[in-house]
Design a binder for this molecule. Structure first.
Ligand code: SF4
Ligand code: SF4
Length: 439
């Protein structure tokens, strides 16, 4: 009879009450086993088992927490992950305008470049035309600066990309990171017509804190305009998703509970709007010495605690749960299939360190060809900094594969882990407890 053993990618956390949370990072599976039941199976977890030993163990086997004995699980998983990594999708991050109508106090971008040049627009159309003939799907992320400073370029490129995908019969996904100041109903109409239907929009907490950090380039408040645009979105029946990113710092932390209550009145009942939290950080911008941030070790704990608190108010973003699935913590900068195209045609891997020469990996030419500096490209994708021993024996290897943040790995000359064990445990409990409160 087939024997099973606990998967090397299954981690078990105990809550204060003794309940056990199981997470398998290859399957992305989560399970909660109440304390009384867990005490009956705890002693069997280190042994080989056969199905029918116990109802709960059978259930855990069926859901991927156990692996058939005698098979090389490490090899099996690494083969599957590497096949998935070559799935053939093409992922482009496009900066149609590198300037911004905001000057957030923590911003790391220099705003030196502006609107995308005509030769780059042509180059992008040709590039996508060529790529879609041989890839299995096209994913576009509109980023900036502020992409909506150049809506005409977005419409023009989107129309061309959609034609290329249709011609080749492949799926198309399009996402936009925008400050939403210019995301009026009329603009949204035009974006949705072009299948741009997934948005990331940031608020720095409630109005009083947001308006001190996310300010207009010439000075001026932004919260009301963004919030009104979000409310206008909510009034529509269309299908789209909005990830509301809430940035917090020491100052806004104390105001979050009230803010959650008010945001939940507007969006808490609408599955299209999911929320996630991030600490404001020092990202290398000119104002880093003057900005108010949470102490980094505490920031992650606060992020988890706030997320847990928000569960009673509305939907958490699917990103939270996705981060516990295989590939969920791999940055696009580390992927062979992904590149960022700047307004002047510069090709980047990372969408943060635009001024870092290591990140200038090539140039898009007007005929759609790519002039790539292979040695720089490989810095990001070849994973030379991976600590094979640590990563390959790591129980969450399928989540990050040593590619959580290639920028930090290059800088530190070693892989940088996405989370501590404490944060991991909090994330697992959050996801398991909140499975109905994700988009
Ligand atoms: S970087 Fe860290 S979390 Fe990721 S696989 Fe390596 S050891 Fe594990
Ligand atoms: S490499 Fe790091 S900083 Fe750059 S986009 Fe990826 S996670 Fe962000």
């Amino acid at each position: 009879m087939q024997k099973w053993k606990l998967s090397r990618y299954t981690v078990v956390f105990r809550s204060e009450s003794g309940d056990a949370y199981f997470h398998n990072s290859y399957m992305g599976a989560l399970a909660l086993v109440p304390a009384a039941e867990f005490s009956r199976i705890e002693g069997l977890l280190g042994r080989e088992i056969t199905k029918n030993d116990n109802e709960i163990l059978d259930e855990l086997c069926a859901n991927g927490f156990f692996f058939p004995s005698g098979t090389d699980e490490k090899k099996f998983v690494s083969d599957v992950l590497s096949r998935e990594n070559q799935s053939g999708n093409f992922d482009l991050i496009i900066l149609p305008h590198e300037n911004c109508n905001f000057r957030c106090t923590y911003c790391y971008e220099t705003h030196k470049r502006g609107r995308m040049e005509p030769g780059v627009i042509e180059g992008l159309k040709h590039l996508v035309e060529k790529k879609t003939a041989g890839c299995s799907g096209l994913s576009i992320r509109w980023f900036g600066g502020e992409p909506l400073l150049a809506p005409d370029i977005i419409y023009d490129l989107s129309d061309s990309f959609l034609r290329s995908c249709e011609k080749n019969g492949i799926p198309y996904w399009s996402h936009m990171t925008t400050n939403a100041y210019l995301l009026t109903p009329d603009v949204l109409d035009k974006l949705l017509q072009r299948k741009i239907n997934d948005f990331q929009i940031t608020l720095d907490g409630p109005e009083e804190t947001h308006d001190t950090t996310r300010v207009l380039a010439g000075g001026g408040k932004t919260f009301r305009t963004i919030y009104n645009n979000l409310l206008e979105m909510k009034r529509r029946d269309d299908e789209f998703t909005v990830s509301i990113r809430i940035n917090f710092n020491n100052e806004s932390l104390a105001l979050m509970e009230d803010f959650f209550a008010s945001i939940s009145q507007s969006f808490g009942d609408d599955r299209r709007f999911g929320l996630y939290l991030r600490p404001i950080g020092k990202y290398g911008g000119p104002n880093d010495d003057n900005i108010e941030v949470c102490e980094p070790a505490y920031a992650k704990v606060a992020e988890m605690e706030l997320s847990e608190r928000y569960l009673q108010f509305g939907y958490l973003d699917r990103l939270v749960k996705k981060s516990l699935q295989s590939h969920g913590q791999v940055c696009y900068a580390g992927k062979e299939s992904s590149m960022v195209i700047g307004a002047d045609g510069t090709i980047y891997k990372c969408s943060v360190s635009f001024e870092n020469p290591d990140n200038h990996v090539g140039k898009l030419l007007p005929d759609g060809s790519l002039d790539i500096d292979k040695s720089k490209w490989d810095l990001w994708v070849a994973n030379k900094n991976i600590d094979h021993q640590a990563c390959e024996s790591c129980p969450v290897y399928p989540l990050c594969q040593g590619k959580y943040c290639p920028r930090s790995s290059i800088k530190e000359n070693k892989p940088v882990c996405p989370m501590t064990r404490t944060t991991y445990s909090q994330l697992v409990q959050l996801a398991a407890n909140g499975h109905t409160r994700f988009q």
